[in-house]
Design a binder for this molecule. Structure first.
Ligand code: AMP
Length: 397
C-alpha cells in the first residue's frame, strides 16, 4: 500500500486513550549509541525524544512499561547490550525511580509490573530471537504485561517485529505516542499536502538508495534539488563528463528514465568543487566541466546560489542527504550553505538522515527547523511512499 492511499493521522493517539489506572506498554526507541563495553551512553537524544510521551502517561495516571531494542545481540542476552545504563539515564532525566526488569517477558517480569505512577523498563527485546521473528507466542507474552499499547518508536516503525506489530493483535487499543504523532504529522504534511512551492533536497551517495524517494517526492513536490554523489550518475546519463566522480554506471538508464519522466522538476548541479583525491583539505577548485583526472566532492558556488534561491521561495522543504563529502572539510560548504538557507527560509521544514541533521546542528540551527526526524530508515521509507508496518498496525480512530 502507498501512503497516498493511507492517512497515518487516522490512527489513535495516546491523547485518545483513557490511561487512568491502566498499565501502558510504550514501545520506545532507546537504541542509544554506547561506549566502554556498553557501560556509557554517548548520546541520550533518543531517550529525551520520548520523555514527553512517558511524562504524559504518568501524569494521566498510568503505570508505565517501557520496551526497546538496543544494538544487535542476535537473540541472546549480552551484558554489553543491557538496558542498564539506559535505566540509570532515564531515572536522571525523569527525576524518579525506574525499575529495570531482568528480562522482557515471563513471570519475573510480571512480578514487577508498575502501579500507577511507576516506571518499569524491560530488558533488551532483542535478547529474544522471537522479537525480530515477530513470533506470535512471544507477542502474546509481551501483550499480557499491559492494558493498552503505545508506539513511540518511529525509528523502528519500518520493521514488523513482535513489539512493533505482532503484539498489537493481542491488545485492545494501540495508539501512537507523542513523538510518533509528531513524526507522522510532519511527514504526512510534506508528502501529501505541502504548502507550495514545495521543494525536496536530496543528496547522499547513491541513486539506488534514494530512487523510490525521488520517484515518490517528484510526483508531489514542485522541485527536487539533487546533490551529493548521486548527482553525477544523473549528469553522466545526460552525457556530461564526470571525471573520477562516484557514479553508479548500472543506474544510468534509471537516471535517464527519471529525467525523462520528471523533466525540469529535477534540478541538477551546474558547477562543482573538484579535487584529485578523496581527502580532507585536498587542493580543490570550482569548475563547470569536471576534468578527467578530478572527482566532484561538493556542489559548486553557482549551484549553491541556484539552490538557495529556490529554497528562499519555498513554503515547504524536505531535506535528506548531504550535498557533498560533508565529513571532509572544505567539501562541507555546499551542505552547510543549504542548512543555513533551509533554516532561514521560514518554510515548514522537515530534515531527515544523519548528515543533514548534523549539518543543521553544527550550524546551531536546529531550533529553526520545523521537524528533525528521529528515524533515518523509517523516514526514508515513509518519503518513498511506503506504509510503515508499525503505523499501519495501530488502531484506527
Ligand atoms: P547517504 O548515506 O546515502 O545519505 O550518503 C552520505 C554519504 O554520501 C556521505 O558519507 C558523503 O560523504 C557521501 N557523498 C556525498 N557527496 C559525495 C560525492 N560527491 N562523492 C562521494 N561521496 C559523496
Amino acid at each position: 500500500m502507498l501512503s497516498s492511499d493511507f492517512t497515518p493521522m487516522s490512527k489513535l493517539s495516546i491523547k485518545d486513550l483513557d490511561l487512568s489506572g491502566k498499565r501502558v506498554f510504550i514501545r520506545v526507541d532507546f537504541n542509544v549509541p554506547l561506549a566502554n563495553a556498553g557501560q556509557e551512553i554517548t548520546s541520550d537524544k533518543r531517550i529525551r525524544a520520548s520523555l514527553p510521551t512517558i511524562q504524559y502517561a504518568l501524569q494521566h495516571g498510568a503505570g508505565v512499561i517501557l520496551a526497546s531494542h538496543l544494538g544487535r545481540p542476535k537473540g541472546k542476552p549480552s551484558a554489553e547490550m543491557s538496558m542498564k545504563p539506559v535505566a540509570k539515564k532515564l531515572e536522571e532525566l525523569l527525576g524518579k525511580p525506574v525499575t529495570l526488569a531482568p528480562d522482557c517477558v515471563g513471570p519475573e517480569v510480571e512480578a514487577l509490573l508498575p502501579a500507577p505512577g511507576g516506571v518499569l523498563l524491560l530488558e533488551n527485546l532483542r535478547f529474544h530471537a522471537e522479537e525480530e521473528a515477530n513470533d506470535p507466542a512471544f507477542s502474546e507474552k509481551l501483550a499480557k504485561l499491559c492494558d493498552v499499547y503505545v508506539n513511540d518508536a518511529f525509528g523502528s516503525a519500518h520493521r514488523a517485529h513482535a513489539s512493533t506489530v505482532g503484539m498489537i493483535a493481542y491488545v485492545k487499543q494501540a495508539a501512537a505516542g507523542l513523538l510518533m504523532d509528531k513524526e507522522l504529522e510532519y511527514l504526512t504534511k510534506v508528502t501529501q499536502n505541502p504548502d507550495r512551492p514545495s521543494v525536496a533536497i536530496l543528496g547522499g551517495a547513491k541513486v539506488s538508495d534514494k530512487i523510490e524517494v525521488i520517484e515518490n517526492l517528484a510526483k508531489v513536490v514542485d522541485k527536487v534539488l539533487i546533490g551529493g554523489a548521486m548527482a553525477y550518475t544523473f549528469l553522466k546519463s545526460q552525457g556530461h563528463a564526470t571525471g573520477k566522480s562516484m557514479v553508479e554506471d548500472d543506474k544510468l538508464d534509471l537516471a535517464q528514465k527519471l529525467l525523462a519522466e520528471f523533466g525540469s522538476k529535477l534540478v541538477l548541479p551546474v558547477d562543482h568543487v573538484v579535487a584529485a583525491e578523496f581527502k580532507e583539505g585536498a587542493d580543490n577548485e570550482n569548475v563547470v566541466e569536471i576534468p578527467a583526472d578530478k572527482m566532484a566532492l561538493d556542489i559548486g558556488s553557482k549551484t549553491v546560489e541556484l539552490y538557495e534561491s529556490i529554497i528562499r521561495g519555498a513554503k515547504t522543504i524536505i531535506w535528506n542527504g548531504p550535498m557533498g563529502v560533508f565529513e571532509k572539510p572544505p567539501f562541507d560548504r555546499g551542505t552547510m550553505a543549504l542548512a543555513r538557507a533551509v533554516a532561514e527560509s521560514g518554510a515548514v521544514s522537515v530534515v531527515g538522515g544523519g548528515d543533514s541533521e548534523k549539518a543543521i546542528k553544527t550550524a546551531g540551527l536546529t531550533n529553526k527547523i520545523s521537524h528533525v526526524s528521529t528515524g533515518g530508515g523509517a523516514s526514508l521509507e515513509f518519503l518513498s511512499g511506503q506504509v510503515l508496518p508499525g503505523v499501519a498496525a495501530l488502531t484506527d480512530k
